[in-house]
Design a protein around this ligand. Structure first.
Ligand SMILES: [Zn+2]
Length: 439
């Protein structure tokens, strides 16, 4: 007797990202209760399972839903508002002044746009660092996405909190609010060691330990950060964070562009994770993170898009491509960050960075978070090597279906849970009104 299941998704190719990195041809994924029941040849699964629904994708590639390890979703409202500027000018004169005008409603709208953009380009889970983070969680929930969100703690006033103590209170409330949610969870966010004092960083690390949660911050992104840190603390950024007892397996550092061998040894020894944001780093001319040296040391490296003000997309296909190409260019070595490594970073390592073990691969028992790419597009013909096609040929526009926790959340330009035309109108109006109010 065939086993009942909710859904059987079939396609010509499945990129499993399992331990053996198997590619199944003429395959199927059986889904039950939001989890993957089985993956294998279509004929075998069709005989073994009696699905309530079959989704036949034809000439298509099923891959694990991508994991965005670092973003600021609501910053979609500032996409294209200020570009091609030095980072200090960009932050102080453009981004921070408009961010001060943010309201919970604005963050909700901006986050909804971000969720739509991510789902339409195959991302099913994201780590978000921002303000009014409960609104970003609300947006992810409205689309049925998976997300880890955190309220930014800084030493100066934010749109949502006047003091770091207030921001920490909001963080605690976020943990209480999301506890037990099937797809959403909270993390602790300090902006950076330059925007948060040692005491603030220690309080954040303490909260993360109590909640057994990820603690994430920006570190060693800009060219001057190590010199500034040496002046202030006598140590470079990474040794300084280490001396505060912050680094460890629950710590996720974004960027780590300006890290030397000794810094990387510390990250490896402490089990610290890195969210690599190559396109943001390139656009702001921050530099290229030493990703091959990180990988040699076994440091888990996920991929992040960063916010839409500094990228300007939330598309992980562009990020995988950028990660590989910038690395080759910076090292002069075409083998420095191959397609397989970029794909691992956007799937398996992203899952490690976020502390969610059962995403990032299509394996029995894992969450049924999937992206499906049409192979009936000119740039996907022929099809020799799946990782190469995904990283070097695909743009993300080939995504025809996205599934989160076993539910179809995007298909052929449509979102079952959302009238995006109305949303985009509201978001445009909100963005224009915020830009007009800028000092
Ligand atoms: Zn960032």
């Amino acid at each position: 007797m065939p086993t009942p299941c909710d859904t059987l998704v079939t396609a010509s190719h499945i990129l499993t990202q399992n331990a053996a990195r198997e590619i199944v041809t003429d395959g199927a994924v059986a889904i039950s209760g939001g989890r993957i029941a089985a993956v294998g040849p279509r004929a075998e699964l069709a005989a073994a399972y009696a699905p309530a629904e079959t989704v036949s994708m034809g000439q298509a590639l099923i891959l694990p839903g991508l994991v965005n390890a670092h973003t600021h979703a609501a910053m979609t409202l500032f996409r294209g508002l200020a570009d091609d500027l030095p980072i200090a000018d960009w932050l102080h004169n453009h981004i921070w002044p408009v961010e001060r005008l943010l309201t919970p409603e604005a963050v909700y709208l901006g986050s909804l746009v971000a969720c739509a953009e991510m789902l339409a380009s195959g991302t099913t889970c994201f780590a978000d660092l921002y303000f009014f983070s409960d609104q970003t969680a609300r947006a992810a929930d409205a689309f049925g996405m998976r997300a880890v969100v955190g309220e930014g703690v800084l030493d100066f006033p934010t749109p949502s909190a006047k003091t770091p103590a207030e921001a920490l209170d909001l963080s605690r409330a976020l943990f209480d609010h999301l506890r037990g949610h099937p797809r959403l969870s909270a993390m602790v966010v300090a902006h950076s060691p330059y925007a948060a004092s040692d005491a603030t960083l220690a309080a954040c690390a303490d909260l993360a330990r109590r909640e057994n949660a990820v603690f994430t911050l920006h570190a060693a992104e800009g060219v001057t950060e190590n010199a500034d840190s040496l002046k202030k603390t006598g140590k470079r950024v990474i040794p300084h964070l280490h001396s505060l007892g912050i680094l460890g397996e629950n710590c996720l550092l974004a960027h780590c562009v300006h890290t030397d061998a000794a810094d990387l040894d510390i990250l490896a020894a402490t089990g610290t994770r890195v969210a690599h944001c190559p396109r943001s780093n390139a656009k702001l001319a921050s530099g290229t993170a030493p990703v091959p040296a990180m990988r040699q040391r076994g440091i888990p490296v996920g991929l992040g898009t960063d916010g839409a003000a500094s990228n300007n997309t939330l598309n992980l296909f562009a990020e995988m491509n950028g990660a590989s190409l910038t690395c080759k260019l910076a090292t002069g070595d075409p083998t420095a960050f191959p397609a397989r490594a970029a794909l691992d970073a956007a799937t398996l390592s992203g899952a490690v960075c976020l502390g969610i073990p059962d995403i990032g691969a299509i394996v029995p028992g894992g969450h049924a978070d999937l992206a499906v790419l049409s192979l009936a597009r000119p740039n996907m013909v022929p099809f020799f090597d799946a990782p190469s096609q995904v990283v070097y040929a695909a743009s993300g526009a080939e995504v025809v279906l996205t599934m989160a926790a076993g539910r179809v959340v995007y298909r052929d330009g449509r979102f079952p849970d959302m009238d995006v035309a109305a949303l985009f109108r509201e978001a445009r109006d909100m963005a224009v009104s915020l830009a007009a109010k800028r000092p």
